[in-house]
Design a binder for this molecule. Structure first.
Ligand code: ADP
Ligand code: MG
Length: 267
């Protein structure tokens, strides 16, 4: 049976879809059969990150409404043959997901894949509960800002209350990704440190990702940054994939290069 991992956050725009894209590629390239599902109805952008936007014919709602079967909607990635993608609907109706239909879909995927990665809407959006309900694990993405951390704290509470596992008295395994760290600002005391964030949220850390402008160019070119070995963020995503697979890799604080710090001075 496949493992369902939902990538979520309290606030929007913190790097969830970017994380789903990169972690999906990383797990697929480690030989796992992976499907990435975009549950962010109306706001889809995981297709852009994976560079698959031109290949979309059907989406997740078409599958649930039986306008097509699952195989017709799944898009096989060009570069990572173990990776499949199920796009979000562009529908304006964010309440279109139906709990029983989501369940049938997830169960079918669990029978066919090692990992089901769900790109969730932020915790305040509708659709969030569907994305979290069937999760075995949740990766909560925060940026080191007070508002992001506060909203993440609320989301952790909702996951604990509303998942299928919680109904059974079990717990969804939760881990934290801290994204967009600017280590030079942390050193100057101008940005929350990862310890500050961890002390507030109290869930285990699975990865630290530096601020990296290469992520933006990667999205524009549709080639996830994890393919670009020369970037500092690729290493962070690779380490997260290894940790998901149970490897014990020490968590490193991503360091800004001197060049980055100088560039920021002139911005
Ligand atoms: N570590 C990072 N460094 C620089 N830019 C980033 C980083 N992570 C995400 N971004 C950028 O932030 C924006 C929001 O990311 P996205 O993954 O779409 O967030 P979400 O899915 O949480 O709304 C995108 O433009 C993305 O390229
Ligand atoms: Mg997103």
């Amino acid at each position: 049976m496949g493992i369902v991992i939902t990538i979520t956050s309290g606030k929007g725009g913190v790097g969830k879809s970017t994380a789903v894209g990169n972690i999906s590629v990383g797990l697929a390239n480690r030989g796992k059969k992976v499907v990435a599902i975009d549950f962010d109805i109306g706001l889809r952008n995981l297709d852009m990150i994976l560079g698959l936007e031109n290949r979309i014919v059907y989406d997740v709602i078409d599958v649930m409404e039986e306008k097509c079967n699952l195989n017709q909607a799944l898009i096989n990635d060009k570069k990572s043959k173990n990776l499949y993608f199920l796009p979000a609907s562009q529908s304006k109706d964010k309440n279109i997901l139906n709990k029983d239909k989501v369940k049938i879909l997830i169960e079918e995927l669990k029978n066919n894949f090692d990992f089901i990665l769900i790109d969730s809407p932020a915790g305040i959006e509708s659709g969030f509960e569907h994305a979290i309900f069937w999760a075995d694990k949740a990766l909560i993405v925060v940026t080191p800002e007070v508002s992001s951390v506060r909203d993440a704290d609320r989301v952790i509470g909702i996951i604990d209350a509303k998942s299928d596992k919680a109904r059974d008295g079990k717990e969804v395994e939760k881990s934290l990704i801290i994204n967009r760290i600017k280590q030079d600002l942390v050193k100057k005391g101008e940005m929350m440190s990862s310890d500050d964030v961890l002390n507030i949220l109290g869930i285990p850390l699975i990865g630290l990702i530096p601020e990296d402008e290469k992520i933006i160019s990667a999205t524009n070119s549709g080639v996830p940054v994890i393919y670009n070995k020369n970037t500092k963020s690729a290493k962070s995503y690779q380490d997260i994939c290894d940790r998901i697979l149970g490897k014990e890799i020490p968590i490193e604080i991503p360091n800004d290069s001197i060049l980055d710090s100088i560039k920021r001075l002139f911005k």
